[in-house]
Design a protein around this ligand. Sequence first.
Ligand SMILES: *Cc1c(COP(=O)(O)O)cnc(C)c1O
Length: 411
Amino acid sequence: MTFQDVQALDLNDPLADRKKQFSLPADCIYLDGNSLGALPIRAKNRTREVIEQQWGQDLIKSWNTHHWIDLPAQTGEKIASLIGAAAGQVICCDSISVNLFKLLCSALNMQKGRTVVLSQQDNFPTDLYMVQGLAELLGQQQCELRLQGGDNIVEALTADVAVLLLTQVNFRTGYMHDMQLITQLAHQQGILVIWDLAHSAGALPIELDKCEVDFAVGCGYKYLNGGPGAPAFVYVAERHQAIAKQPLSGWMGHAKPFDFSPQYQPGQGMLRFLCGTPSIVSMSVLDAALEVFDGVDMCVVRDKSCKLAQLYIGLVAQAHLTNKLTLISPLRNEDRGSQVSYTHVHAFAICQALIARNIICDFRAPDVLRVGFTPLYTSYVDIWNAVEHLQDIVHNEIYHETKYNQLNKVT
Ligand SMILES: *Cc1c(COP(=O)(O)O)cnc(C)c1O
């Protein structure tokens, strides 16, 4: 593979033009859209409008005149179109952690006589922490976390499990589960499934309805580019909505919040999954950011993501780095999300050295160097350039420099 070959890939890239819709710093190679998506230009414009006009001038009238009150549902529908969900099943609100709490309660409540929540040892910690917190609140008689350690989750799908809580794409390795197959096998055992789409929504095609998924949550600030701390989303299959109850029964989830009745009564459909007042500024940013997906076919995004990943893996090998870096991501496209990870004892310092050269990727404890592919703004030449620097840093052991070994609060 030569530099010219890589340039040719960019010339033939149907998504090459989308990068113009983002406000990225010059000379920055951004390979961390899986942690914090880049800033879409229209999100910037919308923020200005929401702050200056809607809040600044129109003040409280904006709840009606600018439809702030409908924003969670409106933004939810935009997300729905990216994850294979028909209308009326997705709402935007809160964080993944909070939304998981709601869904875990809903699902457990629907499963009389079963108490086990099955997840994986290497799931993203907050998902496990939320189950642990709930188990403490309800007691082991009503909620018990069971962790499966190996790769084969299918073997752990037994008839005593109430809820299966899985993240579609593993945050460290990028391993991707077969959503359709696992959901189907879980249902055969009477298990309800909650999918966490943090590392898949906006990165690859998802077919929640087609896979007959029960519940899902996902992240607004990763591949959906909604900005730091952007609200998350919840999906509840229509067939469960009438019976699904959630305990964070705040006034925004009430059937008639402005009746100010002392008695809680859940709202219609997804509205009952709201809790308190939505963060309008943040949600407006996400709502605007989602428009960068207008007219984009997620299969085209996926195709480019796989090609970027294969190019990265190929170039790392070509640079003779495979005896120093160990690939922990699956080689087959079908088994991998939109990231590639290698381990190295000095992964943290390697990552810092790359960042110092304006190549932004990230480190995940204990020893993972993770590179995320965001086809809307990552080019093939970006990958070429990133590997050139990686090669220099690893072969010349530049990571030993003290300045690359100082820990920050956030890694
Ligand atoms: C990023 C991420 C989260 C984030 O949770 P928040 O509560 O929204 O901060 C949760 N789960 C997974 C799998 C993630 O990757």
